[in-house]
Design a protein around this ligand. Structure first.
Ligand code: UDP
Length: 281
C-alpha cells in the first residue's frame, strides 16, 4: 500500500477496510489476544500487565480481527477521575486493552502486589503502532488537537514512517451537531486505526460513544500526542523520562496543568491506604 497524507476532509470514495487476514482464518496460528494478558486492578480500575512489545502485538491482533475495539492508556489522573465517574469506570472495564501509561500506575500496581512489567507511554505506543501500520499497510486516521495540528503531524509522520497512509484528519474542536458529519468522514476514510487526541477522559468517552458507528477496528485515545508529533510540544529529555519525572517536566512547561495534577498526590494517598488495608506495606 502506498503511503501518503490525505488532508483534513477525505474526498475519496469509501474504501473497504482490508479483509481480515489469515490470523483470523487460522485461529491456531494467531498470537495471543489482549484477553489473554493478566489484568490487575488499581483502585478498582483495570490495568493490563503488558510490555510495550506485547501491547503492540495485541493491537495487531485487534486490527486483524476487524471488530471495533479500544485501547486505553491509563494514568493516575484517569484512575482518579474514574473513582467518581461510573461511566468512565465502565469504559475502562470494557476496553480491550488498558496499558499503564503513567509511572504512577506501575508504582501503584507493584505496591499492591501485582506484576506490571513496565510503563507503556501512550506517545511511544502510538509511535510503535504507526510503525506497525506502515509495515502492514494499515490506514490510520487522526482526530483531535487544534486546527492544523493533525495535518502537520500527519505530514511529519508520513516522512518519518515511510509507507504510512494517513486516511484522514480532523481537528478536535467540534460540537455535537458536527459529529454525524465527522463520523461519516471517518467511515468513508475506512481507517484500520483511529487515534483520538482530545485529552482524557473526553477522548475515551467519545470513542466509547461512537465506536460501533465509526466501524474502525482499533481506536485509541492519545491525549496531546499530535501536538508532540507536529512539533508544537516537546517531550521531556530522555534522562527526565528515565527518572520517572516526565509529569514534573510537563508541569513546569505547562503550569496550567497544576490543578489537574493535584490528582497525583491524591492518587498516591489512596493507593497507600489501599495497600495498608491489605497489609501490603
Ligand atoms: N483537545 C481537543 N478538543 C478539545 C479539547 C482538547 O482536540 O475539546 C486537544 C488539545 O488540543 C490537545 C489534546 O486534546 O491536543 C489534550 O492534550 P493534553 O496534553 O491535555 O492531554 P492528556 O495527554 O493530558 O490527556
Amino acid at each position: 500500500m502506498k503511503g501518503g497524507v490525505k488532508g483534513g476532509v477525505n474526498r475519496e470514495p469509501a474504501a473497504p477496510v482490508a479483509p481480515v487476514s489469515a490470523v483470523q482464518a487460522v485461529p491456531d496460528a494467531s498470537p495471543p489476544g489482549p484477553e489473554q494478558r493478566p489484568r490487575v486492578r488499581v483502585l478498582g480500575t483495570p490495568v493490563d500487565a503488558a510490555t510495550m512489545a506485547e501491547a503492540v502485538e495485541a493491537a495487531g491482533v485487534l486490527v486483524e480481527r476487524g471488530r471495533p475495539s479500544m485501547i486505553v492508556t491509563t494514568n493516575p489522573e484517569l484512575i482518579m477521575h474514574a473513582q467518581g465517574d461510573p461511566e468512565l469506570g465502565a469504559i475502562l472495564d470494557g476496553a480491550d486493552l488498558v496499558v499503564p501509561d503513567g509511572i504512577g500506575v506501575v508504582w501503584a500496581a507493584r505496591l499492591l502486589g501485582h506484576r506490571v512489567p513496565e510503563r507503556v507511554p501512550g506517545v511511544e505506543l502510538t509511535e510503535a503502532l504507526l510503525a506497525l501500520a506502515a509495515a502492514r499497510g494499515y490506514r490510520v486516521y487522526f482526530l483531535g488537537a487544534a486546527e492544523g495540528v493533525a495535518v502537520e503531524a500527519a505530514a511529519r509522520l508520513t516522512s518519518r514512517f515511510p509507507g504510512l497512509t494517513v486516511a484522514g484528519t480532523h481537528h478536535g474542536y467540534f460540537g455535537q451537531r458536527e459529529e454525524p458529519r465527522i463520523i461519516a468522514e471517518i467511515r468513508a476514510a475506512a481507517p484500520h486505526i483511529l487515534f483520538v487526541a482530545m485529552g482524557a477522559p473526553r477522548q475515551e468517552k467519545w470513542i466509547a460513544r461512537n465506536l460501533r458507528e465509526c466501524g474502525v477496528p482499533l481506536c485509541m485515545g492519545i491525549g496531546g500526542s499530535l501536538d508532540v508529533f507536529a512539533g508544537r510540544v516537546q517531550r521531556a529529555p530522555g534522562w527526565v523520562q528515565a527518572a520517572g519525572l516526565e509529569w514534573l517536566y510537563r508541569l513546569v512547561r505547562q503550569p496550567s496543568r497544576a490543578r489537574r495534577m493535584l490528582a497525583l498526590p491524591r492518587f498516591a494517598v489512596r493507593v497507600l491506604l489501599d495497600a495498608a488495608r491489605r497489609n501490603l506495606l
